[in-house]
Design a protein around this ligand. Structure first.
Ligand code: SAM
Length: 315
């Protein structure tokens, strides 16, 4: 396990000049346009110069939580009209926003933190604009998923983003079952009060040896990236309270396991032990039980009991 600490929560200093000639044309704020503006995920200094310019220049700002956003915007002395746009008003408010855009206004969409449309209702507003032929421009910046992935120490070449797991049991089980054999690095978002339950589910589906990086408080004073295994993470959070928002980066299923799983999927655990012993004549039965348990991601006891049951049936 290791942890890192980085920067203080601070206000930005002098910003680069974005008003110079060549850039001005490109950065001009256009009418009838929705701007997706990424905001900091914890460190105010991460708001880009371009984001500042757009937020200061649009006709109005649509925000997930207007109280949070008022605080953020007043730190930068930005005072544009705000409308709320969140999960429970997104249908009606989305239509209203699109109506205003069609009449020539321009709008910046911001969320509580990070990049709009990633695990928030911004996705629906972009779809609506696309359907109505309204231009959407992304002003990129922080995204918790990518920030955590880069810190994780796990492979970044191929990854999948899963966002929040469903809280509905059957949907959650289905998703985790499908991800069991995912070879790419997997990114999840999680709230502190659900962390323990999620780690317990990960343990059941991915096994105790799967690497995981638990990244929390990203870009804040207490930023931490705990790089460990699922077994150790579960043990750690048995005795420590989860604090702050989390991004969980889970290592993919080791290469080759998927093919092997396909081969074994037709076998019972006892047949699998037999097959292992045929392939490894030097191995003892206990070694085979251990190996099969590891390969199938279940406990040795489970395999041991299955072997005993199969032997009982034969007698
Ligand atoms: N749109 C955002 C983005 O670009 O990352 C994500 C919005 S989603 C509603 C909120 C989740 O992002 C949190 O529950 C947490 O999993 C993650 N998150 C946001 N800020 C974070 C931070 N500073 N540290 C760790 N995770 C964070």
């Amino acid at each position: 396990m290791s942890s890192i600490k980085t920067h203080e929560y601070e206000k930005p200093g002098i910003l680069p000049d974005v008003e110079d000639a060549g850039k001005e044309e490109k950065n001009r704020i256009e009418p009838s346009t929705l701007y997706l503006v990424a905001t900091p995920i914890g460190n105010l200094a991460d708001l880009s110069a371009r984001a500042l310019k757009v937020l200061s220049g649009v006709d109005f700002i649509a925000a997930e939580d207007t109280r949070n956003s008022t605080k953020l915007l007043s730190c930068f002395d930005i005072h544009r009209p705000l409308v709320s746009y969140f999960e429970h008003n997104k249908r009606q408010r989305g239509e209203e926003i699109v109506g205003r855009l069609e009449r020539g206004e321009c709008c910046a969409l911001i969320t509580d933190a990070g990049t709009p449309a990633i695990s928030d209702p911004g996705e629906d507003l972009v779809r609506l604009c696309a359907e109505r032929g309204i231009r959407v421009i992304s002003v990129p910046g922080c995204c918790a998923a990518i920030t955590a992935l880069t810190l994780s120490g796990l492979p970044t070449g191929r990854f999948v983003f899963e966002g929040f797991l469903s809280t509905q049991k059957s949907e959650r089980r289905c998703r985790l079952e499908a991800l069991k054999t995912e070879e790419r690095t997997i990114i999840f978002y999680e709230a502190p009060h659900k962390l323990r339950a999620t780690l317990a589910d990960f343990l059941a589906y991915f096994g105790k040896d799967r690497p995981i990086a638990l990244c929390r408080e990203l870009t804040k004073r207490n930023e931490e990236a705990m790089r460990t295994t699922l077994g150790c993470a579960v043990e750690y959070y048995d005795t420590h309270d989860p604090r702050g928002e989390y991004v969980l980066i889970v290592g993919g299923c080791p290469t080759g396991t998927v093919q092997a799983l396909a081969e074994w999927s037709e076998m019972t655990p006892a047949q699998h032990v037999e097959a292992y012993l045929e392939e490894h004549p030097e191995a003892k039965k206990l070694d085979a039980i251990k190996a099969v348990a590891k390969l199938r991601g279940v406990s040795r006891n489970e395999i041991y009991r299955a072997v005993l049951d199969a032997e009982d049936e034969l007698e």
